[in-house]
Each structure stands twice: as C-alpha cells, then as structure tokens.
Write a protein of this length. Structure first.
Length: 318
C-alpha cells in the first residue's frame, strides 16, 4: 500500500467511519416506512424450486421484499474462482439464507438513506436488494444486525432476536412482542407499555430501528466471540468496535478441496446509512470480489474503505 493510499484510508476512517455518537434520536418517535401488504405474513422459509436451467433454483423468503428475479440471487451472480467450490451449508441455516439473498440487477450506484448517491462508487461489485429506512441509522453494524434478525424473524424464531444497547442493556424482541418497548432516560432503559409492539413485520422493523439507534460496533463486538480465520463461516462478522469503528459481514465462503484454501465474500453498509453492498478486493484484482484467508494470515484485511486487524473475525453465539 503506497503513501497516497494510506492517506486516503486514514481520511476515510476519520470522516466516514461508523460511529454511534451521531445516531441517537428520540426512540419514542421512531417510525418505519410502509411495508407492502403482500409480505406482511411471509414468515416461513420457502424452499420451492423453479426449473431454471444452469442456475441455482432455490428461492427463500426475505420479508422485506415481495418478489425478486432468482437469477439475481448472490449464488447465481457471484461465481467462485477456478478450483474452488462453495462450502456446504444446511438448507435451514443462516449461511444458506445469506448465500441466496437477492441482489439488485447489474451494478447500480450505492444510494444513501436520503436517496442521494454515495460519494465513493468504486468500493462495490453488487448491491443487496435490501431496503434502507429514511433515517441515518442503518450503518455498518446495524446492517449486520438487521440481516441476522431478519433471518430469525422469517423463521418465527423470535427468541433469537436480541441485541444490547451500548449501555449494556439487553433488548429482546421476545419482550417487545408482549407489548413493551424500551425507552432511554439518561443512563436508564425503562420498558413502557406499547400498543403497537407485536409480532407484525412493521413492528419488527420499528424494533430494529430502536436497536440501530442505541447500538453500534462497540456494543456488537462485545456480543460476538473471536474465532480463527481458518474456521471462517458464512454469517461471521469482521469488526473493529469503537467510535469510529466498522463492521462487515461474511456473505459466502468457498474452498479448494485439494489445498483447503478458503475464500470469502464481504458486504457492508457504512456511514452515512446506505445500501448494503458486496465489496471488491482492493488488494487482489484477479481474485476480487473474493478474499483469501491465506493472504491475511500474517497481516491486515484491507477492504476498500477500512483496514481490519487480522484478529477481527467474530461469530454470533446464537
């Protein structure tokens, strides 16, 4: 990495890194955009296959989107390099669900929460077909938590939807759906009665905005467990907690059966809140968008807008 690149990277970290400091808003007034009625009851995994020649025909449920072209799922859009095959993943797993997530067609520009274009359009190879609320909340760690929570929501696995505020208070969705909502008063979190807090998808999205508002990379990193890069799995998180800090999610993993070499794909949101996108590999253009475990064994993981230490890999414990 030359001096100019280092300078640009440092400027990016200082100015644009994900931070919790500027996100906190009045939790009592968080609203969500309207959700199409066609997806309000789409809570079960649908493993229906479609006879489409030459592509992976598995179609899964993604509660925020009513329909999508199966040709634009990640597994059908991002091929593995020669000699590599995608690691096996159980059809009911989080990894399988992430591997089949829908992407926007082509390579559109990344949009911010306010529909303006992100200043840097060179960091991505594809954009997830995942909506962003009109508030500046769904930043880096928030997008990671959103995907994890969405997976459990569409399985109706509500007990596994829980995150901690930066205060350390645990905020479980299972309590939210009983008609209670957290309210922040100074350093205290008080649960108040809430007539609109229930199991519906719009209410779930309001719960997630509450999490986005009072959680971030610092709190999320504490909830995750460190792991070795040789054991990397889909759904793992690469994270440097703090303010500023950053987090990206592992969307897919491939392996060379002869050498056991592993490759992985990364996706991020960033600051300000923006559409999640699959990152290119700025260090190895021939391998891009895949990253190699062996290349970061003794050095940092350099992504287009952040350099992570090689001890930054974490996993969810649920």
């Amino acid at each position: 990495m030359n001096n100019n690149t280092i300078s640009i990277l440092l400027i990016t970290i200082v100015i644009n890194a994900c931070s919790q400091d500027n996100k906190q808003q009045d939790n009592d007034n968080i609203n969500v955009q309207s959700v199409p009625s066609s997806i309000l009851n789409s809570n079960q995994i649908d493993t229906t296959t479609t006879l489409v020649s030459g592509i992976d025909s598995v179609r899964l449920n993604y509660s925020w989107i009513s329909d999508f072209d199966i040709k634009n799922t990640l597994v059908n859009r991002i091929p593995t390099p020669d000699g590599f095959e995608r690691v096996s993943s159980h059809p009911q797993s989080y990894g399988y669900w992430l591997r089949h997530i829908p992407l926007k067609e082509g390579r559109p520009n990344v949009l911010l929460y306010n529909k303006e274009e992100k200043w840097n359009q060179s960091a991505h190879v594809a954009v997830l077909d995942l909506d962003v609320d009109e508030r500046n909340l769904q930043q880096c760690a928030d997008a990671v938590m959103r995907l994890k929570a969405e997976f459990h929501y569409q399985k109706e696995d509500f007990s596994n939807i829980h995150f901690k505020y930066t205060s350390g208070d645990n905020i479980p969705f299972s309590k939210w759906i009983t008609g209670k909502r957290p309210s922040v008063s100074g350093r205290e979190v008080i649960w108040k009665n809430c007539t609109s807090c229930d199991e519906t998808y719009p209410s779930f999205r309001k719960y997630m905005l509450s999490i986005f508002n009072y959680a971030g990379t610092a709190s999320l990193e504490k909830e995750l467990s460190p792991k070795a890069w040789t054991d990397i799995q889909i759904g793992d998180v690469v994270i440097n907690g703090g303010s500023p800090g950053h987090a990206v999610i592992v969307l897919d993993v491939a392996i060379d059966a002869e050498t056991d070499e592993k490759l992985f794909l990364l996706a991020q949101s960033y600051m300000p809140a923006q559409e999640s996108h699959i990152l290119r590999n700025p260090v190895n253009s021939e391998l891009s968008p895949w990253y190699s475990v062996s290349e970061i064994a003794s050095g940092p993981l350099d992504t287009p807008e952040w350099s992570f230490t090689n001890t930054s890999l974490r996993r969810f414990n649920f």
